[in-house]
Ligand binder design. Structure first.
Ligand SMILES: *[C@@H]1O[C@H](CO)[C@@H](O)[C@H](O)[C@H]1NC(C)=O
Ligand SMILES: *[C@@H]1O[C@H](CO)[C@@H](O)[C@H](O)[C@H]1NC(C)=O
Ligand SMILES: *[C@@H]1O[C@H](CO)[C@@H](O)[C@H](O)[C@H]1NC(C)=O
Ligand SMILES: *[C@@H]1O[C@H](CO)[C@@H](O)[C@H](O)[C@H]1NC(C)=O
Ligand SMILES: *[C@@H]1O[C@H](CO)[C@@H](O)[C@H](O)[C@H]1NC(C)=O
Ligand SMILES: *[C@@H]1O[C@H](CO)[C@@H](O)[C@H](O)[C@H]1NC(C)=O
Ligand SMILES: *[C@@H]1O[C@H](CO)[C@@H](O)[C@H](O)[C@H]1NC(C)=O
Ligand SMILES: *[C@@H]1O[C@H](CO)[C@@H](O)[C@H](O)[C@H]1NC(C)=O
Ligand SMILES: *[C@@H]1O[C@H](CO)[C@@H](O)[C@H](O)[C@H]1NC(C)=O
Length: 392
């Protein structure tokens, strides 16, 4: 798969640097309009449509800026001071800006195998709740100390806000994404930690699964994102969740989620009862991860997560991957019959295939997964009124 390699390099290099400069900034005033469909990922705000890979890189920069303006708050760049120290399986990161310093520690568990170092690694938000293959290290990231997530009074609480101010626009999820980027910086700076920064996965379940998806969307050094049972605010789409609630399903929507916690920015409140006004939806959060790996699971026993919403949202997200020629890099798998955040045996093969492909260079691993669970119908054409350009 030569294309994928060159496309990844293009995305990693150009989107991060040149494209964002040459594509122009987001306009100050944006005309928002009600779009009852999932918004067209391939249409710029100015109405022009994406025709090639170069356009797409600019469009991705635009979508990233839109998510930051309206839903998640701003992710600050690497701070002017960043240092790391490693001792006894602990990596301590110090970040500083304007004479303010914070530090935090992540613990690393190494594989028992004597496989070659540096090791691929899985960064887990809060705790690990998926099986990890032999040969990969596990890094536990205590996201709550970076951005608290107890309830609405957690706004602006945590180490991130000690550094950037308690009224920083970043939501708790964006604060975690920033910290994960700094962990990756630290791994790059610290060969003694024996972790390969080009072979990293990020994972979390439920609220932390939403957080894993945001981290993957905002750092293109993350090779694989595993969002376990993330539901509404993660792999579900706001518009489809609203429709499921209207149909009588007791499911989480934007209107509820903004009252529950600080996962989203204050700015997002204005869309909470009016998600049709958002100039994007979460199929495009998946799109920000493309062409890199994304494996999302959901659980039909917990309708709060959504049924048609995560399935339909990721089916739409796969159209973005399809435009890049890598539809099988986004896997979605929905089942039931297990408790929330318990990883079921029937998904182990799928998960292993994603690890094989994205952490262990096995291009032949079959990651073509789109698995619907539960008793509902979903018709993509009710939600998608745009066509898919061929960009590869
Ligand atoms: C969008 O639709 C909502 C609900 O139907 C309505 O209240 C709102 O005024 C509309 N907004 C615009 C800008 O048309
Ligand atoms: C899709 O629907 C939206 C309104 O929800 C409309 O603005 C847009 O033009 C439609 N796109 C196409 C290709 O028909
Ligand atoms: C590693 O970090 C943990 C958690 O911060 C701490 O409890 C432990 O003492 C540290 N171990 C060493 C050897 O520094
Ligand atoms: C980390 O931060 C704590 C609390 O501010 C401070 O006491 C400690 O000295 C710092 N550690 C390092 C290594 O900078
Ligand atoms: C590695 O060895 C430790 C101690 O023997 C054991 O507890 C742990 O389960 C092993 N881990 C793996 C991944 O085999
Ligand atoms: C928010 O959570 C904190 C810490 O768990 C708790 O002390 C506080 O009472 C909670 N506030 C509300 C409004 O529930
Ligand atoms: C959404 O609408 C409900 C019912 O009218 C209202 O109570 C709530 O405050 C609104 N939420 C936001 C964030 O505006
Ligand atoms: C739960 O298990 C039953 C019995 O094996 C099966 O028929 C059903 O499809 C399962 N449900 C889901 C959502 O996987
Ligand atoms: C699935 O849902 C339909 C419509 O609500 C219902 O008629 C049918 O009995 C359900 N099937 C199962 C297996 O629950």
């Amino acid at each position: 798969m030569k294309f994928f390699l060159s496309a990844s390099v293009l995305f990693a290099g150009i989107v991060a640097t040149t494209a964002r400069k040459t594509c122009g900034n987001l306009p100050k005033n944006i005309h928002l309009f009600n779009d009852t469909y999932l918004p067209d990922p391939f249409r710029f705000l100015n109405g022009q449509r994406v025709k090639n890979l170069k356009n797409w890189q600019c469009r991705e920069a635009e979508v990233s800026a839109l998510f930051q303006r309206y839903e998640l708050g701003t992710k600050p760049p690497r701070p002017s001071h960043l240092s790391a120290s490693y001792a006894s399986n602990n990596l301590t990161i110090t970040a500083g800006e304007n004479g303010n310093y914070i530090n935090w520690t992540v613990s690393i568990t190494y594989p028992n195998t004597t496989s070659t170092t540096p090791y691929p690694a899985v960064i887990a938000l809060d705790a690990l709740s998926i099986p990890v293959p032999d040969g990969a290290a596990v890094i536990i990231f205590n996201n709550d100390e970076i951005g608290q997530q107890n309830n609405q009074s957690s706004r602006g609480v945590g180490l991130f806000y000690d550094l950037y101010g308690h009224d920083a626009s970043a939501s708790s999820m964006m604060a975690w994404a920033w910290a994960i980027s700094r962990i990756i910086d630290a791994l790059e700076m610290t060969p003694a930690a024996h972790i390969n920064p080009h072979k990293l996965a990020v994972t979390g379940c439920s609220r932390d699964g939403k957080g894993a998806m945001v981290a993957g969307a905002f750092d293109d050094r993350i090779a694989l994102t595993i969002a376990q049972e993330s539901g509404s605010g993660g792999d579900a789409c706001w518009r489809i969740s609203d429709a499921e609630l209207r149909d009588g399903l007791v499911t989480q929507t934007a209107s509820e989620i903004v009252t529950e916690n600080v996962w989203f920015s204050v700015e997002f409140d204005r869309f909470a009862n009016d998600t049709d006004l958002l100039p994007f939806d979460h199929h495009q959060l998946a799109g920000l991860i493309a062409p890199r790996g994304l494996y999302a699971t959901d659980n039909t026993d917990f309708v709060w997560l959504g049924l048609a919403s995560p399935y339909g949202c990721m089916e739409a997200g796969r159209l973005i991957y399809e435009s890049l020629g890598v539809k099988d890099h986004l896997g979605f798998s929905q089942d039931g019959n297990h408790s929330h955040c318990t990883f079921p045996p029937d998904q182990e093969g799928e998960l292993a295939a994603f690890f094989d492909k994205f952490l262990f260079d096995d291009e032949s691993a079959d990651t073509d997964v789109l698995r619907k669970g539960g008793n509902y119908t979903f018709n993509l054409r009710d939600w998608v009124n745009w066509s898919v350009p061929r960009l590869y």
